[in-house]
Design a protein around this ligand. Structure first.
Ligand code: ZN
Length: 450
């Protein structure tokens, strides 16, 4: 998670606090207005519990600052005020704050945008209850939240037994029905978060827990079989071998193979499978008929999902392009920007170029640059530094940049540059030859400095 963007700085106030652990006094920014229409990144910042958490500069003790927070999501027509219970704000004071808030919101908007929901902001006394309501605006129900919270607690309980096979087995018996795909994806998310926070001890325990749970749970066993089935594909050489492999698979394995190798299930594949169905008799004929049915449904659903996600991306791109300010529209749609969107965007740029539609191309390029800028901001410092190096003139500009940032020039950085060059060669081949050469040149310059 990155810091809220620079633009959100305007919504911050500095307040003085004293560290409860070592007594150090310091200033820390506090955000009390969350307008997620203008600053969508503040939503996940709040939901992940990072909002208004200060860290002591001397002893790194974190402190959660509880201040009243206004949360406004114009799209969902959701306006809320959080009054922390521990502040014990008198009712009169609350009503006064609500009145002032409504007034200032009304003043800031033209009459046609003044909506009824401004007059009755919802009130919350805990971060948790406000978070639940925000999840509600995102289409996640209370039932779903309760179930997911129960499963994250279960991950926490189980990690205690990560290295205790007997205890783990007992816990698995007691919680068998909760150890499903959702449980394992929550575990994976917690593992990723522990990694991102640099909590190696927790990451290690969660990895051990996941590995030890795999052979103990029905879902884990299925996942292991599916992984093995997909692994086995890489030894296959001909379409006939592929057909034999999928015919030998059980239902779960066939599903995993289809997901991993959709293009191999083409018209010829289904023709060959039909020939096998026709040639078979009795129970085997029935089984193969069912398999063909399953594979047809699965491929149709997959193609439908792909088509729908391309359509969504086309629509998102239209909205961004037609908005009066494409740059802020990009930020509003941050959650919709994925690989499919980037493919749609680059196809549109290509088409605009071919049609010589300069105005459109310029708007599309603006969108592209804004996305790249946002990705650059959230990239690790090493990656940002390498990007800066690549943009700098070679050899003098890059040498100066390396010399000015000597503390960044480490054996790890040199490795990372090498990895990026290798990856680019693998993924983009000849197209990236020039960039790969530049990376290798910079890597050589950097090596001379360590
Ligand atoms: Zn301290």
């Amino acid at each position: 998670m990155t810091e809220p963007n620079q633009t959100a700085q305007s919504q911050r106030n500095q307040v003085p606090i004293q560290c409860p652990n070592c007594g150090t006094q310091y200033q820390t920014p506090v955000i009390s207005m969350l307008d997620v229409g203008a600053y969508p990144e503040l939503r996940s910042y709040f939901l992940s519990g990072q909002l208004n958490v200060a860290e002591c500069p001397s002893c790194q003790t974190p402190v959660m600052l509880e201040v009243p927070i206004v949360y406004h999501d114009p799209r969902a027509e959701f306006l809320a005020i959080y009054f922390p219970q521990q502040l014990n704000i008198p009712e009169m004071e609350k009503q006064k704050m609500i009145g002032e808030l409504t007034q200032s919101l009304m003043r800031s908007l033209p009459p046609e945008q003044r909506k009824g929901y401004f007059f009755s902001p919802r009130q919350f006394v805990s971060r948790q209850s406000l978070a639940d309501a925000i999840y509600g605006t995102m289409g996640i129900s209370q039932d779903e939240l309760d179930r997911q919270r129960k499963k994250s607690r279960l991950v926490e309980q189980l990690q205690v037994f990560a290295d205790d096979p007997k205890g783990l087995q007992m816990m698995v018996k007691q919680n068998e029905k909760d150890l499903d795909g959702e449980f394992f994806s929550i575990l994976a998310a917690m593992l990723e978060q522990a990694g991102a926070m640099g909590d190696e001890k927790m990451a290690g325990r969660l990895t051990m827990l996941r590995d030890n749970l795999m052979p103990l749970t029905a879902w884990g066993k299925k996942a292991q079989r599916q992984r093995a089935a997909v692994e086995s594909l890489k030894d296959l050489k001909t379409p006939e071998e592929f057909l034999d492999r999928i015919i030998a698979a059980d239902e779960d394995e066939a599903t995993a193979i289809t997901l991993a190798a959709r293009p191999a299930l083409d018209y010829e594949f289904f023709q060959a499978l039909t020939a096998r169905v026709d040639a078979a008799t009795g129970a085997e004929k029935e089984r193969l008929t069912r398999l063909r049915e399953q594979l047809l449904t699965l491929t149709q659903n997959l193609d439908e999902a792909t088509r729908a996600s391309v359509e969504d991306s086309v629509q998102t791109l239209q909205e961004i392009i037609n908005s009066p300010s494409p740059r802020s529209a990009v930020r509003e749609h941050i959650d919709d920007i994925d690989d499919v969107f980037m493919t749609v965007l680059s196809r549109n740029m290509q088409a605009a170029q071919e049609k010589k539609d300069e105005a459109l191309l310029q708007r599309l390029s603006m969108v592209y640059d804004e996305i790249m800028g946002m990705m650059q901001q959230s990239a690790p410092p090493e990656v940002q530094f390498i990007n800066e190096l690549v943009m700098a003139p070679y050899p003098d500009g890059t040498r100066k940049l390396l010399a000015d940032n000597r503390e960044m020039v480490t054996p790890e950085l040199v490795d990372l540059i090498g990895q990026m060059a290798d990856e680019m060669t693998r993924n983009e081949g000849e197209d990236a030859a020039e960039m790969v050469k530049r990376l290798r040149d910079i890597r050589a310059q950097a090596m001379l400095m360590i």
